[in-house]
Design a protein around this ligand. Sequence first.
Ligand code: UD2
Length: 307
Amino acid sequence: MKALVTGGAGFIGSHLVDHLVSEGLDVVVVDNLSMGDLHNIKHQDEVTIYVEDVRNEKFMQQLLQEEQPDYIYFLAAVASVADSIERPAETHSVNQTAVFNMLEYIRKTNLPIKQFLFTSSAAVYGNLPELPKKEDSRVDPLSPYAIDKYATERFVLAYGELYDLPTVCVRFFNVYGPGQNPSSPYSGVLSILTDCLQNNKPFTLYGDGSQTRDFVYVEDVIQALWLITKSKTAHEVFNIANGNETSLNSIIETYEKVAGISLKVKMMPGRDGEVKRSVANIGKLVKLGYTTKWSLESGLNKYWEGA
Ligand code: UD2
């Protein structure tokens, strides 16, 4: 069995690649290294790696023909709400057009895939008051990022239904853990907090810290992705999260305790397009056998030990 992972050198992608290798799959990675780093992949010498952009349509078509993957995990993305507001056209070309082009090629060539998994985001739910978010909760995408993710989900699911392709979508909530790049202001808040605590840098807090998120440790995310693949699920959407709502203030406090360091905080106004509260109902994933192995505290401890 062969798996193609786009964005396979990125934070979540590289953990997935290592897991797929350990499950005995042949793994092919495409990554333009815009945020990713090949060193993230532990099993580098057992993986076929292409440093390319998923927007290179010719290249992607040739790759699919030559490699004939059974599983495709589409993780390549401009993975930030704030970044999508700065660069909406570029975000769109990666987060929607590149995925669409691949689906279209699979359809036209009848490529015999076993599962096409698209990674969407909790951003699609926006700021509607119903909590926790279920996969069939109303959506209200507020940013170019969220709109692209939601529209692409619809393409992925419609292609699945209309052309009988085994497609599935997942909505990541706030994933954290080793390998998350802290270098961009759009990086995950926990990678930035880790960098600040480690290097005695001031942390910029956007808003008053009362915004909430559902933080999930990357190993649990990989568990979820692999369960979805093993279950041969198609035409479905799954939340991938921990199922707990935590405010930014509370995560800062917990992380300060874990690290035994007190953080210097600089306050800034909240970011545009931001979601105020976010927490998932993970019941659908639990039905597939998902159990969260990492609480926020144990996940942060593990992350801090390895940092
Ligand atoms: C996450 C995802 C994004 C999208 C979104 C869906 C990451 C990196 N991004 O965005 O791709 O799926 O969820 O809702 O996982 N913050 C600070 N200071 C900082 C950085 C962040 O205060 O230096 C705040 C930020 O304004 C936000 C919270 O921390 O309120 C979490 O920020 P984030 O960038 O980690 O994730 P989020 O939820 O904006």
